[in-house]
Design a protein around this ligand. Structure first.
Ligand SMILES: Nc1nc2c(c(=O)[nH]1)N[C@H]1C(S)=C(S)[C@@H](COP(=O)(O)OP(=O)(O)OC[C@H]3O[C@@H](n4cnc5c(=O)[nH]c(N)nc54)[C@H](O)[C@@H]3O)O[C@H]1N2
Ligand SMILES: Nc1nc2c(c(=O)[nH]1)N[C@H]1C(S)=C(S)[C@@H](COP(=O)(O)OP(=O)(O)OC[C@H]3O[C@@H](n4cnc5c(=O)[nH]c(N)nc54)[C@H](O)[C@@H]3O)O[C@H]1N2
Ligand SMILES: [Mo]
Length: 761
């Protein structure tokens, strides 16, 4: 195959993947990035405030803070993430005068982000190729005017990203519902939706059931479909503690991720010198999508072990008292066939039996997971099978055991709690109606994929994005871009420039806002916001930095003003009070959302408070009042001959849609993101060599050609038959209607592709 070098590919260097994560190089990388973005003073102010009890909640991920915190209770990637927000670079009217939108649309995600913080509201008027400055009143008036002119409120879409604090999230859903729609798609639809659906059906609550103490206490932790060394680095400190108390870890992943292997803790002398802690006691290098089969096999082994030694393996007390569906589940599980399991998982029977021995040896088991499970066609079924696995031994609702979906965005869980949900429960709407005196719409709204389909079909015309980067986060980039361009108006409330600002409706607005790290003063009083972490701890977050510009408004202010202009006084809600005093918003939350009683007083306590999760007390709010064993049809992912299953994932140096550089240190990749990692055996079979340049071509039943051109092949120890490449460059390959059953989450971890000789040079 021809070696057609693209600029990126020629600079690529690829060494062997690392076998350990974090330690001193991590801290050095973070500080170098921070000082490249901002002044030493702003860097210090931000980093020292990060995750401290009276400080700023790190926007880097949703992993909780321990009770005893280090002065440096942050990780390399969290530090890079806040430094990126604290940057001293600015994007204002001059910038947009110089750069037409058509030019910006050709720039990379990284370049757009590197231009700096947005400083003033901008508008693109119909027919124009430039953004121009606009006053806040006129800008919000334009959005309100379009919303009021729509006639049918379901023709508007209110997208959010999990960065929003609880107060802004609550006000946004209040505004959307007072306006008349449940169209509240959010990044969750592409993230942990499968977890929510599976956990609500089986346990009654769509959240994790464990605390940080449980993690420390567990005898055995499965880390499945997750790359904590990069995406949740502080989780490694927790796993290190588990190991020190004698616990074990089993990692399940198609890739030998560095953070799953060995961890050098940068906050301890032992981590600075020495070999660090071995994290995974066993590594199961699974085929993509093989996790359902793996847990079915583990469940079969538990049933058989119980047959062999009755009364010693299963927790019959728990099963009888707290669950339903066991007999049908057991019958179904006994039909599992080993040849199918081995084909689906790519593992040997011995490997699975060894994992089973560890399960039997360890009493208290936790399963942690992230996108490697949720972004698959049968993601919901896989997570339900994990629940079966835990229920069998009573590993739900006792210390050191339970389910742990590890969340992404720092407040994505809180946003859902606040009602950012296109399918709100009736009880939530009832409470809203009681508190505010208007009837909220009851029909379900559109999720992310539904929103894109509605825009494409001409059924939605106004798109408001509150944070995030919709165009790059969503699947099927070409279709998503067409969808937004078909809108009458697109508006984005954002901190930094991204590609979504360059894909415009007829009228387009950029509404710049304060970031988490910025000081937020309203009516002369300093405000704080609140967030909920992955383990249901609710606490305050306060920014300390001087805002990037004096023309920024907070998210709370923008939403309140827009709501007032759009709704006028129908219904009559005190938007001005909400804008001036976030405490007034929290008072309302305390009366609408269960668990938030006395919110203002309790959040004033250092560290905040933990929301009750009935599951931890073995109270299951399912229709039967019991935890539900489920029967999940066996499923296996297979690519046709000559094809591979591509997963789209994060490098070590990016935050979701925003790459910080072309490096992926732990995987040994440098200076290029246009790479595709393929097993050497597959390369041999396909007649492709390491460093060849190829196009990735998606295969889907609609016959549409989806092509990502110019990727350099890197021979890499991924599971045979699978490949990996970075998101969002590969989102163009994910078909819009390739979604997980029941959760409608795009199947970003399973795209069937073939590699073709590169078409461009
Ligand atoms: N620094 C940094 N931190 C972040 C983010 C970021 O972009 N940068 N993003 C945040 C967000 S929103 C989220 S949701 C999380 C995401 O956190 P992760 O879920 O860790 O993110 P991904 O990079 O998508 O990694 C998916 C992992 O699953 C594995 N995998 C893929 N397919 C399968 C499979 O079929 N089975 C199994 N067992 N494993 C599989 C991949 O090899 C990879 O290790 O991180 C959050 N934290
Ligand atoms: N192929 C593929 N696609 C995926 C995934 C995948 O693994 N593979 N992962 C999915 C997942 S898990 C997620 S969560 C989504 C992420 O989807 P999004 O949340 O939509 O994307 P982000 O990249 O996090 O958004 C970055 C932008 O948010 C804005 N921003 C940052 N901070 C703030 C703030 O404080 N306030 C406001 N208003 N704006 C702010 C900035 O303008 C920045 O450019 O992507 C999904 N898409
Ligand atoms: Mo996410």
């Amino acid at each position: 195959m021809d070696k057609v070098g693209d600029q990126d590919g020629e600079r690529l260097s690829a060494g062997p993947p690392k076998t350990w994560a974090a330690g001193v190089p991590g801290v050095r990388h973070a500080l170098t990035y921070a000082l490249g973005q901002t002044s030493p003073r702003r860097a210090a102010l931000t980093l020292l405030n990060l995750n401290q009890t009276a400080g700023l909640d790190c926007p880097g991920c949703a992993w909780p803070e321990p009770d005893r915190r280090h002065v440096n209770e942050y990780c390399e990637n969290g530090a890079k993430h806040v430094a990126d927000e604290a940057t001293t670079r600015r994007v204002g009217a001059d910038f947009f005068r110089e750069h037409p939108i058509s030019e910006l649309a050709g720039r990379s995600d990284q370049w757009l982000n590197q231009q700096g913080r947005l400083t003033e509201p901008m508008v693109k008027r119909p027919g124009s190729d430039h953004y121009e400055p606009i006053g806040w009143d006129e800008a919000l008036g334009l959005v309100a005017g379009e919303l009021r002119g729509l006639g049918d409120p379901d023709r508007a879409l209110f997208y959010t990203s999990g960065r929003l604090g609880n107060e802004a999230a609550f006000l946004l859903q209040l505004f959307a519902r007072a306006y008349g729609t449940n169209n509240l798609p959010d990044c969750s639809n592409m993230c942990h939706e499968s977890s929510g659906v599976a956990l609500i059906d089986t346990l009654g609550v769509g959240k994790g059931s464990v605390s940080l103490d449980d993690i420390h206490d567990a005898d055995l932790i499965f880390v499945v479909g997750q790359n904590p060394g990069t995406n949740h680095p502080r989780m490694l400190s927790a796993l290190e503690q588990t190991k020190r108390s004698g616990g074990q870890v089993i990692a399940v992943n198609p890739l030998p991720e560095a953070g799953l292997m060995r961890f050098k803790n940068p906050q301890k002398a032992r981590g600075i010198v020495g070999r660090g802690t071995q994290i995974a006691d066993q590594f199961l290098q699974i085929r993509p999508g093989g996790d359902l089969a793996l847990f079915q096999a583990l469940n079969l082994l538990l049933l058989e072990a119980e047959d062999a030694r009755p009364g010693t393996v299963l927790d019959h007390g728990f099963i009888d008292e707290h669950s339903t569906g066991f007999a049908e589940f057991a019958r179904h599980t006994r039909e599992v066939r080993w040849p199918d399991v081995l084909a689906a998982t790519g593992l040997t029977r011995e490997e699975i039996e060894r994992a089973h021995e560890r399960v039997l040896a360890g009493g208290k088991v936790i399963v942690c997971w992230a996108m490697g499970l949720t972004q698959h066609k049968h993601g919901v079924a896989t997570i339900k099978e994990i629940v079966n696995f835990l229920l069998l031994r009573g590993n739900i609702g006792r210390p050191g055991a339970g389910v742990c979906p590890v969340r992404g965005h720092s407040n994505v869980q809180g946003d859902r709690t606040m009602g950012i949900w296109e399918r709100p429960p009736a009880a939530f709407l009832d409470a809203l109606e009681r508190e505010f005196g208007f009837p909220p719409p009851r029909e379900h709204g559109l999720d992310t994929v539904g929103a894109i389909q509605a825009m494409l079909a001409g059924r939605a015309h106004v798109f408001l994005g509150v944070g995030g980067n919709f165009v790059r986060a969503s699947p099927d980039s070409a279709a998503t871009e067409r969808a937004l361009r078909a809108c009458r108006l697109t508006a984005h409330i954002s901190t930094k420039l991204n590609r979504s600002h360059t894909v415009c409706g007829e009228t387009a607005l950029i509404l710049p806002t304060l970031g988490r790290s910025d000081r937020d003063v309203q009516a002369g009083v300093e405000q704080f916001v609140t967030v909920e972490d992955s383990m249901s701890q609710v606490h305050a977050s306060r920014g300390r930095l001087h805002p990037a510009s004096d023309r920024l408004l907070s998210e709370v202010a923008i939403i309140s003003r827009l709501a007032r202009l759009t709704l006028e006084d129908k219904p009559d809600l005190p938007w001005e009070t909400f804008e001036a005093d976030y405490g007034a918003v929290r008072d309302r939350i305390s009366r609408v959302v269960p668990g938030f009683e006395d919110f203002n007083a309790r959040v004033a306590e250092p560290g905040g408070f933990r929301l009750p999760n009935p599951v931890s007390a073995r109270v299951f709010t399912t229709p039967s009042g019991r935890a539900v064993f489920t029967r999940n049809p066996f499923a296996r992912l297979e690519a046709p001959p000559g094809h591979l299953i591509l997963q789209t994932l994060r490098s070590h140096d990016q935050w979701n849609t925003i790459p910080y550089s072309g490096d992926d240190r732990y995987r040994g990749i440098r200076r290029s993101r246009r790479v595709v990692l393929v097993n050497p055996a597959d390369l041999a079979e396909l007649g492709i060599a390491d460093r060849d340049v190829v196009d990735l071509v998606g295969v889907w039943h609609d016959g549409v050609e989806r092509r990502a051109p110019g990727f350099t092949v890197v021979a890499y120890p991924t599971t045979p038959g699978s490949a990996a490449s970075y998101y969002p460059e590969t989102n163009v390959l994910v078909p819009l209607d390739s979604v997980a059953d029941h959760s409608n989450t795009p199947t970003s971890k399973a795209v069937v592709i073939r590699l073709e000789p590169a078409t461009r040079d």
